[in-house]
Design a protein around this ligand. Structure first.
Ligand code: PLP
Length: 357
């Protein structure tokens, strides 16, 4: 790929939103990265340009057959002014796995990390330096060819947009109530569950809405074949502290391989805590609960980092975890992970990547 990144700076910088009104993914920075793909030519014309609406033919294949994948990551700025990315090369490796699954062309991961660093450096002023706040990074790829034929598109666009986001836990970490989903499934073996595909999210909205009506914030997804084995919680991976061990569902082809999941496993093992990756039936989990062994549960993902679960409802069987308070292991993981992300704790695994200007 002979790529010269061109930069077109905006002539009018936007006013930045107040830090207490950031929310999640509603404000966007001044610039975005875009790059085009044409069959026979490969990826071309990488550029950083002002954030603006796209011009897209209404017959563009993404709008009809959903050839669209995305990533989610963050840039963190600490009090000393240092700007850090967290394992960004992993996001582009996963992007390539998602692209492959959706019959879309591969990208050069190293080139992408480099382009992202340039974009983030340019938008540095948009990264809030307050604890818990960060710059959310959304890379995505869409099929742009105008055609109703059912086949992979011959043209694509890769875009990265940036959004300053507030602290996920505005009032400290609050455990969430989870409904064990028994009607809908998120993914099945052989499907697209292990790729970060836009359509997976659209298909999950209804279950989430119905759980909300019942008074729960999210659903615990079970496997799509037997409807017995635990897969994920909302759009996060899930962990359970059972006695002296920590259990998490083994990757099985329908679970999305989270980077926060992998980082959590590394930290736990480093602390000498046995991590068991296995098939976990909800029945086995309930049994551990009735024996008093299920001490903590939490979700992992880039947006919330670590999200404690306080209450699980499985067909009317209620599991109250750690008195609906955030448990000590959950707290330690959150503090360690965010400490590394902000460059305030020892980065023993070399996960942080500094953005230099
Ligand atoms: C993105 C995502 C996760 C979390 O992945 P991270 O890399 O930790 O942010 C988990 N489950 C699903 C379904 C996802 O889309």
């Amino acid at each position: 790929m002979e790529c010269q990144l061109t930069i077109v700076r905006t002539e009018q910088k936007k006013e930045k939103p107040a830090l207490d009104k950031l929310g999640f993914g509603v404000h966007f920075t001044d610039h975005m990265f875009t790059m085009d793909y044409t069959e026979g030519k490969g990826w071309h014309d990488p550029q950083i340009v002002p954030h603006a609406p796209l011009t897209l033919d209404p017959a563009a294949m993404v709008l009809h057959y959903g050839q669209a994948i995305f990533e989610g990551m963050k840039a963190y700025r600490n009090k000393a002014g240092k700007v850090l990315l967290f394992r960004p090369e992993q996001n582009f490796k996963r992007m390539n796995r998602s692209l492959e699954r959706m019959s879309m062309p591969q990208v050069d991961g190293e080139f992408m990390v480099d382009a992202l660093k340039q974009l983030v450096a340019l938008e540095k002023e948009w990264i809030p330096a307050e604890s818990g706040m960060s710059l959310y990074i959304r890379p995505f790829v869409i099929a742009t060819e105008p055609c109703f034929g059912v086949r992979p598109s011959h043209t694509y666009k890769l875009i990265i947009v940036l959004s300053p986001v507030g602290a996920y836990y505005a009032n400290g970490m609050e455990p969430v109530k989870i409904y064990v989903e028994n009607k809908y499934v998120r993914a099945v073996r052989g499907g697209t569950g292990n790729a970060k595909v836009a359509g997976n999210y659209a298909g999950a909205l209804k279950a989430q809405a119905e759980a909300k009506e019942k008074g729960y914030e999210q659903v615990l997804w079970l496997d799509g074949v037997e409807n017995k084995y635990i897969e994920e919680v909302g759009s996060m991976n899930v962990f359970f502290k059972v006695g002296e061990e920590v259990w998490t569902p083994a990757l099985n082809g329908s679970i999305l391989e989270g980077i926060t999941r992998d980082s959590t496993i590394h930290l736990l093992k480093d602390w000498g805590i046995p991590v068991v990756e296995k098939r976990i039936s909800v029945e086995e989990l309930y049994e551990a609960y009735t024996k008093g062994q299920l001490e903590e549960a939490f979700g992992t993902g880039t947006a919330a980092v670590i999200s404690p679960v306080g209450d699980l409802n499985w067909n009317g069987h209620q599991m109250i975890l750690n008195g609906e308070k955030t448990g000590p292991l959950t707290t330690k993981l959150y503090e360690t992970m965010t400490g590394i992300q902000y460059g305030e704790k020892e980065d023993k695994f070399g996960w942080s990547v500094e953005v230099s200007e």
